[in-house]
Design a protein around this ligand. Structure first.
Ligand code: NAD
Length: 459
């Protein structure tokens, strides 16, 4: 058996893994990065990037369909999914090449193969043992399924992996799960002309978001003729050549061409030697300290295998954190609540910090909230989007939550996350004027309302 070693060995080349590798290399460490598929992981190949390309095609379709509302004469002839997939593929391929070049430019050695942790500092790949001063586990996640009710993936029952590359647009689709993936695919397929029903077990869509935002999203989806059946579970799924049939706890039976199962993603931690080596798992997730150390000294974990938000940019942040921790820089512990969250549906949802409910639990009833409706925002009216910006303010006056819904509000999350992460006083922030006409003004108006001096709000 051959042998190689490096200062840092990273298992998994997705967002968390490659960020740990690049930051370690920047800090002068030798790095070996092990990846069984392709660099970039879920985000680049099955997640963020290809889905956002689909969502952009969906937006273009909506623009074409509604062009006459803006005085532009366009004939909308439909969506050519083959061309959409080719566009999607071009983006992924270009970014993938760029990433390979980037990793190479740092002198990082990439080993292509399936790694297995075989000791506190060793990973076996094929016939080679690779040892590191530190090992970073970054093996990501995969779509969850619901085996209990006969939902095997195959045929008309798909996860986001297959939904991304469907050869044709379904006429009717059922989506199980009204979380981020469910809502984004509902949005794409409705824009492409499908009739979509979402089935969500919790009482509302995007149940992790602030309740006000769910209400606005549900209203916007109703206007788009997307049906949401909330507070209901699926009891049985059957399929044949013609359709998939879904029985709900309420007794209703729904038929469709496709059933997308989007009930969360589970960690990829089985059969990789983690538990055998002493890395403690909890429900499959890797148990870590707040400094992302596992129960084995010098073995760290980042990304979707660590309990919490499963977001690419959290992976980047954790990867950078761990590289700096290994290098002895003692970086600040990451505040998970300060990680921005964006759902790229039409309309978009964007948030950072605490929901109103969470803030009331933490600070008591003196929490203040302001919801500024986009009806009062000029740019949003020009775009013909509805929605709102909601601020959650602690009794001290500090902004502890920003929640937004409306087309393009994802672009406002940068300012929102600075307000939260720098613990900005709302009245202080209200002094800074926003450019007119921008959607950012809605955030400014909400801040001014907290400061007791709203401008475009009825007196
Ligand atoms: P999720 O946790 O966001 O949503 C899953 C939903 O399924 C939940 O609302 C849950 O209540 C519901 N559910 C679970 N079991 C059910 C059942 N039996 N019947 C009906 N509903 C049921 O998970 P997801 O949407 O699958 O996404 C997976 C991960 O990927 C998430 O962590 C998400 O944040 C991430 N992701 C992020 C983005 C983004 O940031 N834009 C995009 C896609 C995915």
């Amino acid at each position: 058996m051959s042998h190689r070693s490096a200062d840092v060995v990273v298992l998994g080349g997705g967002s968390g893994g490659y960020a740990a590798a690049i930051r370690s290399a920047e800090l002068g460490r030798s790095v070996i990065l092990i990846e069984e598929n392709e660099l970039g992981g879920t985000c680049l190949h099955q997640g963020c990037i290809p889905t956002k390309a689909l969502l952009h095609s969906a937006e273009v379709a909506d623009s074409a369909r509604t062009a006459s509302q803006f005085g532009v004469d366009v004939t909308f002839d439909g969506v050519d999914l083959e061309k959409v997939l080719s566009y999607q593929n071009t983006i992924v391929t270009r970014l993938h090449k760029g990433l390979q070049g980037l990793v190479d430019s740092y002198g990082i050695t990439v080993v292509n193969g399936r790694g297995r942790l075989v000791g506190p500092n060793g990973v076996e790949v094929d016939d080679e043992v690779i040892t590191g001063g530190a090992v970073v586990l970054a093996t990501g996640s995969s779509p969850r399924t619901l085996p209990g009710i006969g939902i095997g993936i195959g045929g008309r029952v798909v996860t986001s992996d297959q939904a991304l590359v469907l050869p044709s647009v379904p006429k009717k689709a059922i989506i199980l799960g009204g979380g981020v993936i469910g809502v984004e695919f509902a949005s794409v397929w409705a824009s492409f002309g499908a009739s979509v029903t979402i089935v969500e077990a919790m009482p509302r869509l995007v149940p992790n978001e602030d309740e006000t935002i769910s209400k606005y999203l549900e209203r916007a989806f109703r206007r788009r003729k997307i049906t949401a059946k909330t507070g209901v579970r699926v009891t049985e799924v059957t399929q044949n050549e013609d359709a998939v049939s879904v029985t709900l706890g309420s007794g209703d039976i729904l038929d469709a061409d496709v059933l997308l199962v989007a009930v969360g993603r589970g960690p990829n931690t089985a059969s990789m030697g983690y538990e055998e080596t002493g890395v403690m798992l909890d429900k499959g997730f890797v148990v870590t300290s707040d400094r992302l150390r596992t129960t084995v000294p010098n073995v760290f974990a980042v990304g979707d295998i660590v309990p919490g938000l499963q977001l690419a940019h959290r992976g980047f942040q954790q990867g950078i954190f761990v590289a700096e921790e290994i290098a002895g820089l003692r970086p600040d512990v990451i505040d998970e609540t300060g990680i921005p969250r964006v759902t790229y549906s039409h309309p978009e949802v964007a948030s950072v910090g605490l929901t109103e409910t969470a803030a009331r639990e933490k600070f008591g009833e003196n929490v203040e909230t302001v919801t500024y409706d986009l009806a009062g925002n000029g740019k949003s009216q020009i775009l013909k989007t509805s929605g709102a910006v909601k601020l959650v303010v602690a009794p001290t006056g500090v902004v502890v939550g920003v929640h937004m819904v409306g087309d393009r509000v994802g672009e406002l999350i940068g300012e929102a996350q600075l307000l939260y992460n720098f613990e900005v006083d709302a009245a202080q922030a209200a002094k800074f004027v926003h450019a007119h006409p921008t959607q950012g003004e809605a955030l400014g108006e909400a801040l001014m309302a907290v400061a007791g001096k709203p401008l475009h709000v009825h007196g």
